[in-house]
Design a protein. Sequence first.
Length: 173
Amino acid sequence: MADARSAFDKKDISKCAISFEASIALLPKEYQVEINTSKYESLARSRHNIICDNCEEESSRDVIRPYELLVSNLARLITGKRFSTVWKCPKCSHVRALEGSQTKLIKWHQPNYFKVIPEPPSRRGLHDRIGWEAKFEKWYDICCKEIEHQVALYRTEYAAQQDEVVGVNLADA
Ligand SMILES: [Zn+2]
């Protein structure tokens, strides 16, 4: 993980990803973190509720099915986009844009770990430098937390097993 940190400091995302993969590979299979962007995103979404601004109903973010809607000519002139991603409230059927909709994080009692991390964010050309750095930092943070959590779990389990072995030996003596 120290290698990942130094690669992160140098903004070397491929080295960082390689280092994370190496850390994961060192763990026994049952502690290994899966690298799967779509799985990570759907797990992360399930922690959010989206709130309808018409009827104030809260719906789980992974239950609603956002879809693309062709926008009006006026909206197209303003945003420069032909489509807008919208969602429909299951209670009142009110349709509104996903972007800008209010969401609420569902509070869990325990810090939650998914045992899944997304793939490293890709860079969309030179102009995207600032956006990419923010994504890189977020990705790095997610990966560190998930991997370190599994390492800690493994260490705890390993230590417990060592205690057991010692305990058995003492009982035999
Ligand atoms: Zn509604």
